[in-house]
Design a protein around this ligand. Structure first.
Ligand code: MRU
Length: 351
């Protein structure tokens, strides 16, 4: 399986997602500052992947600490958490990962752990977050496969694949799960302007796996829904509010509205770490505005005239009424989502 992010001795290595599919280049991070930069500049992206990267970045920085005692170590730890929390605002997995590291730290510190013990505990916690994410994606794949007909054309938007997680993927996990269950699957990958995660990353992953893949530009989805058979849409999410409203890559909302108009099931696949019960509905989800250059240029070529104003919201919110089901590692939630998501979250606290 493709390693999105991994340890290499005292460093973190990640495949540079900005360069794919043209070049497979690996970026090394020796400090949390470098990890934060990798997240901000999209070397690594995708909600679960940036949560894992933040946790690993915290463990990395803890390991290089020269703090003489726990007081100084605690100050440094807090600073690192703040640095990583400031990278991207929308995906709640980032804050979830940092919170899990803070809990680990607080429990170990309360038990009187030394600086060395704290470093070890943080490293184990980061490894667990990484491995749990892969396991969650595989479970999402198994649940999601039950929703896929034996022969299916599936449309997806953005990249919610191995590259966007610690491995296997969420939306692409459902596709992989269906293929592993013996179903005949073909995929329509929306190109996903402006960063082209669909054209570059989803297509790259699926072609590597030998899955029948067709890339379309975003504005083709409606016409194809009307004129050809698309059995279902499956996408990932960056944050799902308590009522089921789901933030995902810009353009997802348009796809969801089109799917409803054409009677096509629209599924969101995401781990529980994406569900934010503290946010009542989609209006409370912060939407990241990214640099204009992502819209004005493709590579080094300028597309737009100087003087034209530019907007670049990186995400949109799909209201829950457009969502047929939310596929998690604990099962499939359906409307009313406030009850079904809460029930799935409750399973965790009992486990
Ligand atoms: O800006 P990105 O590339 O980080 O946005 C990624 C998405 O919107 C994904 O669909 C989402 O994070 C789910 S990834 C499993």
């Amino acid at each position: 399986m493709l390693p999105t992010i991994a340890w290499d001795d005292d460093q973190i290595v990640m495949i540079d997602q900005r360069k794919l599919p043209a070049r497979e280049v690996w970026v090394r991070c020796a400090t949390a500052t470098q990890v934060a930069k990798a997240i901000t500049t999209m070397v690594i992206r995708g909600a679960p992947a940036i949560g894992v990267a933040a946790a690993m970045g915290i463990a990395l920085e803890a390991r290089r600490s020269r703090a003489a005692g726990t007081k100084q170590f605690t100050t440094e730890f807090q600073k690192t958490c703040d640095l990583l929390a400031a990278t991207r605002p929308t995906a709640v997995n980032l804050f979830w990962g940092i919170e899990r590291m803070k809990q680990t730290f607080a429990e170990a510190a309360a038990a009187g752990a030394s600086v060395d013990e704290l470093k070890t505990r943080l490293r184990s916690a980061a490894d667990r977050i990484h491995d749990d994410d892969v396991a969650s994606c595989r479970a999402i794949g198994r649940f999601g496969a039950t929703l896929v007909p034996d022969t299916a054309c599936i449309l997806t938007h953005c990249n919610a694949g191995a590259l966007a997680t610690a491995g296997y993927g969420t939306a692409l996990g459902v596709i992989r799960g269906a293929v592993e269950a013996g179903k005949r699957v073909s995929v329509l990958a929306d190109e996903t302007r402006p960063f082209l995660q669909g054209a570059r990353l989803t297509a790259w992953e699926l072609v590597r796996d030998g899955i029948d893949t067709t890339v379309i530009t975003d504005n083709m989805a409606g016409a194809l829904m009307r004129t050809s058979t698309i059995d279902l849409v499956v996408v990932g999410a960056d944050r799902i509010a308590a009522n089921g409203d789901a933030a995902n890559k810009i353009g997802t909302y348009s796809v969801a509205v089109l799917a409803k108009e054409h009677g096509i099931p629209f599924y969101v696949a995401a781990p529980m770490s994406t569900i934010d019960l503290a946010t009542a509905d989609g209006s409370g989800i912060p939407i990241e505005e990214r640099p204009e250059r992502e819209v004005t240029h493709v590579g080094t070529s300028r597309l737009t005239p100087v003087g034209a104003k530019i907007r670049n919201p990186a995400f949109d919110v799909t209201p829950h009424r457009f969502i047929s089901a939310i596929i998690t590692e604990r099962g499939i939630a359906r409307a009313p989502f406030d009850a079904s998501l809460r029930a799935l979250a409750g399973q965790a606290s009992r486990a």
